[in-house]
Design a protein around this ligand. Structure first.
Ligand SMILES: [Ca+2]
Ligand SMILES: [Ca+2]
Ligand SMILES: [Ca+2]
Length: 391
C-alpha cells in the first residue's frame, strides 16, 4: 500500500524467469492504491487438427494468470497473417474458413499493451475435397400413397446453389409426377416431388451439378440416384357407410362398401378362394368390439375362410356398444376392386351379449386394410380411408 497524490501512472519492467513480467500501477486523484506485480504467460502447445472441409481446430495451453488476458489465434501462410479467433477463456478455436493451403498457427496472449506469443504450430495443410453426396434418402416409408414425397440429400460439406433444375425423376406407371421444390442449406437439402396419378415407382436423381458449389467453387460429381418410392401400389380409396335400419345405430340393413385403388387378389382376402371371378357369401360375421373409453371398432370374419384378411374399422365413438361385443351375421361380396358388407340379424339380441346403443352424432369411421391383403400385382395394402355416410 502506498499513497498517491495525483495523476500518477507508473509501469515497471521486471524479469521473472523467461517470461516478460510487469508491475502495473495506475491511479488518478488522491487516495490509497495497491501495486500489483503479474505476468502475461506465454501460450504453448499449439496443435491444429482438420475437423472438416475448410475447418481447422486449434488448441493450446496457457499457464494460469491473475491478469484477464485475451488470446488471439493467428493463421500464417508465410507471407501474410490473419487473426482467426479471439478468446478470453476457452483454449480452443475453430477456424471455419480456411482456404486450401499450408499454414502455421500461433497464439498471442494480450493484456493491454503487453503480450506473449507462442511458438508456431507444426505445419498444417488444408486439403480441399470435392463435395460428394453421402446419402439421398426417402423421408417417408418406401410404399406410400402420399400426394407429395420428399428425399433428404446430405452432402459431405456445405454447398450452395441446388435448385429443382439439378434434379430429375425416374418413374414407372405414374402420370404427372414432377419435382416441386428444393430447400435447405449447408450440407442438408430436401427435394420434394408431386407423385401425380396412377401407381408405380418414383426415383429422384441429382442429374446436373450446374450452380452447385462448395465454398471454393468445386461442383459435386453427378449423377447420383436417390432411394425409390413405390407410389400407391394398393390402398383403399373409399369407405362408404349406408344406413339401412335405425339412424346412428349399427343394425340390420346397414352396409359398408370399401373400394380399392386396383384389382384385389381374392386369394389374399380369403385363402379358400381362387382368383377367378367375384365372390359373395352370406355367412360372414361383423363384430362390434367395445373399446371401453376408447373408440369401439369392427372386425370381420367369414366362415369359409380360416382368416379373412380384409382389415378393421375404428368407429370414431365409444357409444355403439358398452361392455362385451355384438356380432351380426352379414353378406360379404367381393368384386375386382371392392368389398361390400351388408349387416343381417344379430343372434345375440336379447341374450345380454353386447348392448347396441345409438350415438348422438355421425362420427367418422376409419378403415385400415390388413397389410397381408394384396393387389393382383402382389403389392401389400397400405394407407387408411375415412368413411362417408353413417350407420
Ligand atoms: Ca471442398
Ligand atoms: Ca363402447
Ligand atoms: Ca343403422
Amino acid at each position: 500500500m502506498r499513497t498517491v497524490l495525483a495523476s500518477v501512472t507508473m509501469t515497471v519492467a521486471l524479469v521473472v524467469g523467461a517470461l516478460p513480467a510487469w508491475a502495473y500501477f495506475t491511479s488518478t486523484g488522491a487516495g490509497a492504491a495497491t501495486g500489483v506485480a503479474a505476468s502475461v504467460p506465454r501460450p504453448a502447445s499449439v496443435v491444429v487438427t482438420r475437423t472438416g472441409e475448410g475447418t481447422a481446430r486449434v488448441t493450446w495451453t496457457t499457464a494460469s494468470s491473475s491478469l484477464p488476458v485475451t488470446d488471439e489465434v493467428r493463421r500464417s501462410n508465410g507471407t501474410s497473417t490473419v487473426t482467426v479467433c479471439t478468446s478470453s477463456s476457452v483454449r480452443i478455436c475453430d477456424d471455419t474458413a480456411v482456404p486450401p493451403g499450408t499454414y502455421t498457427y500461433s497464439v498471442v496472449s494480450r493484456y493491454r499493451t503487453w503480450s506473449a506469443t507462442s511458438t508456431p504450430s507444426a505445419s498444417f495443410t488444408m486439403v480441399d475435397n470435392v463435395p460428394t453426396v453421402l446419402s439421398f434418402a426417402r423421408n417417408s416409408p418406401a410404399s406410400t400413397n402420399l400426394a407429395t414425397v420428399a428425399w433428404t440429400v446430405t452432402f459431405s460439406e456445405s454447398v450452395n446453389g441446388p435448385t429443382t433444375a439439378n434434379f430429375a425423376l425416374t418413374t414407372t406407371g405414374l402420370s404427372g409426377a414432377v419435382i416441386t421444390g428444393v430447400t435447405g442449406g449447408g450440407s442438408t437439402w430436401t427435394v420434394t416431388a408431386f407423385t401425380g396419378s396412377g401407381s408405380g415407382s418414383m426415383t429422384a436423381r441429382l442429374v446436373s451439378a450446374s450452380g452447385i458449389t462448395d465454398s471454393t467453387g468445386n461442383p459435386p460429381a453427378v449423377p447420383v440416384t436417390g432411394e425409390t418410392y413405390s407410389i400407391r401400389p394398393f390402398f383403399p380409396t373409399a369407405f362408404g357407410i349406408t344406413n339401412g335400419g335405425s339412424n346412428n345405430r349399427i343394425d340390420s340393413g346397414d352396409s359398408m362398401a370399401i373400394t380399392f385403388s386396383t384389382t384385389v387378389d381374392h386369394r389374399s382376402l380369403c385363402g379358400a378362394w381362387t382368383e377367378a371371378g367375384d365372390h359373395s357369401s352370406t355367412i360372414a360375421t361383423v363384430t362390434v368390439i367395445d373399446g371401453g373409453t376408447a373408440n369401439d371398432s369392427l372386425s370381420f370374419a367369414l366362415g369359409t375362410c380360416p382368416t379373412l384378411r380384409l382389415g378393421t374399422v375404428t368407429l370414431g365413438s365409444d357409444g355403439y356398444v358398452a361392455g362385451g361385443s355384438a356380432t351380426f351375421t352379414a353378406t360379404l361380396t367381393a368384386t375386382a376392386t371392392s368389398v361390400t358388407i351388408v349387416l343381417g340379424a344379430r343372434p345375440g339380441t336379447g341374450s345380454g351379449a353386447g348392448s347396441i346403443g345409438s350415438v348422438g352424432s355421425a362420427p367418422t369411421a376409419t378403415f385400415t386394410p390388413d397389410p397381408l391383403l394384396s393387389s393382383s400385382a402382389g403389392a401389400g395394402a397400405t394407407g387408411t380411408v375415412t368413411s362417408t355416410g353413417r350407420f
